[in-house]
Design a binder for this molecule. Structure first.
Ligand SMILES: [Zn+2]
Length: 174
């Protein structure tokens, strides 16, 4: 598979952390290292491999066809913005114990360069077309919102990931 650019989303917690977190829907996975982005580049891992209680004999490289693992990557901007609206609504409606730091997250948009193994189908239905990839590297980030905490997080993300960070959401022509 050739290298390509795609979109994805993270949760950020202004005032609490300058790392990004995968917006996992499963409570069991949210606290695992696989859900935390502390560097610009990430190598997919399967939660089954990370959890000895789940391991059995099902160890596999991620992404794997018959599993949901792999780093999520959305090829189209219009699709990532559909998912963005969904995650913003979850962030508002769900109880805070669903999230890190017991507080509501900010939904961050970004581009990633994807490489390695790519699977273009999920084993279950998703709201928008999404790839599952083996390697991803953050290229650019968009941080919606205003205020001192957001400005501070913008600088911290730029320093940590060494990528351009913009305020607002990406525009269709970008
Ligand atoms: Zn897996």
């Amino acid at each position: 598979m050739t290298r390509q650019l795609a979109w994805r989303l993270w949760h950020a917690y202004p005032g609490h952390s300058d790392e990004l977190f995968s917006p996992m829907r499963s409570k069991a996975v949210k606290d695992m290292p696989i859900a935390r982005w502390s560097k610009a580049s990430k190598h997919a891992e399967c939660a089954i491999n990370a959890n000895p209680h789940l391991q059995w004999n099902r160890h596999h490289e991620a992404p794997f066809e018959n599993c949901a693992c792999g780093i999520g990557a959305i090829p189209e901007l219009s699709d990532v913005m559909t998912r963005y609206a969904l995650l913003c609504s979850f962030a508002e409606k769900r109880t805070v114990d669903r999230f890190h730091f017991n507080t509501r997250p900010l939904v961050v948009v970004g581009t990633i360069r994807v490489s390695g193994k790519v699977i273009d189908r999920l084993p279950h239905n998703t709201d928008v077309p999404e790839l599952r990839v083996q390697y991803a590297r953050i290229r650019e980030l968009w941080l919606p919102g205003v205020g001192a905490d957001i400005e501070q997080l913008k600088d911290a993300l730029a320093l940590r990931f060494r990528v351009p960070v913009h305020l607002g959401i990406p525009q269709e022509s970008a």
